[in-house]
Design a protein around this ligand. Structure first.
Ligand SMILES: *[C@@H]1O[C@H](CO)[C@@H](O)[C@H](O)[C@H]1NC(C)=O
Length: 293
């Protein structure tokens, strides 16, 4: 029975393609999201960028709902870049990696951790520090202090650390290598209590709504448009930043709630159907959270 449920869930996950759009235009009421309906997503190999700007980044995704329970991409950070496998999480704003500051509770080997250097700390007066810690202001005694963060996860314990800036070399689809300096968390005190063991990744790629998320930073720096999309398959799939890979057809669009009182991407109340049949779940707020299978 449990196996059957898992299998069904997996099939459903294969048929879901979620695209989340942040359109920074007041006239459009902001965010939009779309889900493919009834049709399997196109394979990554059949997705081609549209002609035009081609200022997008395309990354392969691995992972599955079962048995792994997470999806990840590998991104290089630093110069020379060191690879970090990160859980893609639209339910989190802050990107962070396990960090040798030194670390307690890290699950990676020491040589796999991120090494912060003295000159890449973000201080308390940096606007990104406020964005990271919103709505609670950072606990800084003086504006030149290191900006700290703490995140409590619903299912994975918590992390404490500080914010750093470093290069994320990203290959744009037109071939140009972009090297934006992005802010992210150096997590050095991890508590892995929770419902399941921590994922074996370096940790989280935050794709949430706030200005601190990677998608928002890439757009505010003019690297890619404020659009991202992903297709989650069974150990295959893709994640893109920028507008070049948005399919022209086969999409259904829905409006996203814009209010800042919603921390997550949400389309408001919805009903959940399974194979077209009611599940009894309706009228509840739906959030789009890839960090939760
Ligand atoms: C690729 O796109 C970026 C951003 O639009 C631009 O700066 C760069 O010159 C482009 N490169 C090529 C080879 O067209």
């Amino acid at each position: 029975m449990a196996d059957q449920k898992m299998k069904e869930r997996r099939r459903v996950s294969l048929m879901i393609m979620v695209l989340i759009f942040q359109v920074l235009s007041a006239s459009l009421h902001g965010c939009l999201a779309a889900t493919g309906q009834g049709q399997p997503p196109r394979k990554p190999t059949s997705i081609h960028p549209r002609a035009g700007v081609r200022s997008s980044v395309f990354l392969p995704v691995s992972g599955n709902v079962y048995p792994l329970g997470y999806y990840s991409v590998t991104i290089g950070i630093g110069n020379p870049p060191k690879p970090f496998q990160l859980d893609i999480d639209t339910g989190s704003d802050l990107t962070w990696v396990q960090c040798d500051a030194p670390c307690t509770g890290c699950t990676l080997r020491r040589d796999q951790l991120y090494n912060p250097s003295k000159n890449n700390f973000v201080d308390c007066k940096d606007p990104i520090c406020l964005a990271v810690n919103s709505p609670n202001p950072p606990q800084c005694k003086n504006p030149n202090e290191k900006c700290c963060f703490q995140v409590q996860y619903a299912d994975h314990g918590s992390v404490l650390g500080f914010i750093v800036l470093d290069t994320f070399p990203l290959r744009l689809v037109n071939g140009t290598l972009s090297k934006p300096n992005l802010a992210f968390g150096c997590g050095h005190r991890l508590q892995n209590r929770g419902l399941h063991p921590p994922t074996p990744t370096a940790r989280v790629l935050g794709l949430g709504k706030s200005k601190a998320s990677i998608s928002s930073q890439l757009s505010s720096m003019g690297v890619t448009k404020n659009v991202f999309g992903h297709c989650l398959g069974d150990n295959r799939g893709f994640l893109f930043f920028g507008a070049d890979f948005v399919p022209k057809s086969g999409m259904t669009w829905t409006r996203m709630l814009q209010s800042s009182s919603y921390k997550h991407y949400s389309s408001g109340p919805a009903e959940l159907l399974f194979s077209g049949k009611p599940t009894g779940i309706k009228g509840v707020n739906v959030i789009f959270d890839t960090g939760s299978t």
